[in-house]
Design a protein around this ligand. Structure first.
Ligand SMILES: Nc1ncnc2c1ncn2[C@@H]1O[C@H](COP(=O)(O)OP(=O)(O)OP(=O)(O)O)[C@@H](O)[C@H]1O
Ligand SMILES: [Mg+2]
Length: 262
């Protein structure tokens, strides 16, 4: 099983949209997927039209088995739901020195014993105890970023936090993925910032997800993009030089490759 967490201290950059779209895409492709809602806003539930619930808190803060709290939101897509009581999880990670290693161990053990092949963790904005615990539990940290000047800062914050964790834990943190979202081809700003990302992070930058109003509509209808607008440009990418680049379909292909690599 591989764990991917979606982290950026900047809010509204497409963390939840990406976790849900990629998670459901993998589930449709036959993977057994666990999506953990680690954001007290409970946006995963809103987007998938399932009830918010304190499953994440009951699992970690109250130490109940994960199995009791997961919900199958779509075939093969299991959600450990969150709500504002997720605050208690954050408090525990902050106050108890052994809570972080416990978190890391329990995610893997329980998700694997439930037969999950992929675990995605959606985090809220911020870079706090929960985000760092999720980083440590992850094989890959996905950093969605909308290529605009102020939004770029969040990427440097996440990668430097990962470097600090590397320093203290001896882990290799090359395993991050920068996923540019809300890309607008005709804006010079989008192009400049995308180039800046590629110059700094090279092939760790994945092809961009186009800005697309259908994404906002799908969330409002409680549907995933595969259900609401599978042919839209956020999924299919943009036409450039006779071929298509970017979009969630391409990101999904790359993710499957990582999963198959073992
Ligand atoms: N490619 C896109 N094109 C247009 N709108 C998008 C795109 N991706 C996401 N959005 C919209 O932008 C808003 C923020 O997206 P999302 O909730 O995924 O961000 P987030 O990083 O999870 O936010 P938060 O930090 O609050 O958790 C939502 O309204 C979403 O529908
Ligand atoms: Mg979110």
């Amino acid at each position: 099983m591989k764990v991917f967490s979606f982290i950026n201290q900047k809010g509204g950059v497409g963390k939840t949209t990406s976790a849900i779209t990629l998670g459901h895409g993998l589930a449709i492709g036959g993977y057994r997927v666990l999506l953990i809602d680690g954001d007290k806003q409970g946006h995963v539930e809103r987007h998938l039209k399932i009830p918010k619930a304190g499953g994440f808190r009951r699992w970690f803060y109250e130490e109940e088995p994960m199995e009791k709290h997961i919900v199958e939101a779509r075939p093969n897509l299991w959600v450990l739901p969150g709500d504002k009581s997720t605050n208690l999880v954050i408090g525990k990670l902050r106050d108890e020195p052994l809570a972080t290693p416990l978190f890391v161990r329990r995610i893997r053990q329980e998700a694997e014993s439930l037969g999950m092949q992929v675990c995605l963790i959606d985090l809220g904005p911020g870079l706090d105890h929960l985000q760092t615990a999720a980083m440590m539990a992850s094989d890959y940290v996905v950093i969605p970023v909308s290529p605009r000047f102020l939004d770029m800062d969040g990427v440097a914050e996440v990668t430097s936090t990962m470097a600090e964790l590397n320093y203290s834990k001896g882990k290799s943190w090359e395993r991050f993925i920068i996923l540019p979202t809300m890309y607008v081809r005709v804006w010079r700003e989008s192009g400049t910032r995308l180039k800046e990302l590629v110059d700094t992070f090279g092939s760790l930058v994945w092809p961009p997800i186009p800005n697309d109003p259908r994404v906002v509509e799908s969330a409002g209808r409680g549907m995933t993009l595969w259900e609401y607008a599978a042919e839209t440009k956020a999924v299919k990418g943009i036409e450039a030089g006779g071929k298509r680049i970017g979009g969630y379909e391409e990101a999904l292909r790359r993710m499957r490759r990582l999963l198959e690599e073992g």
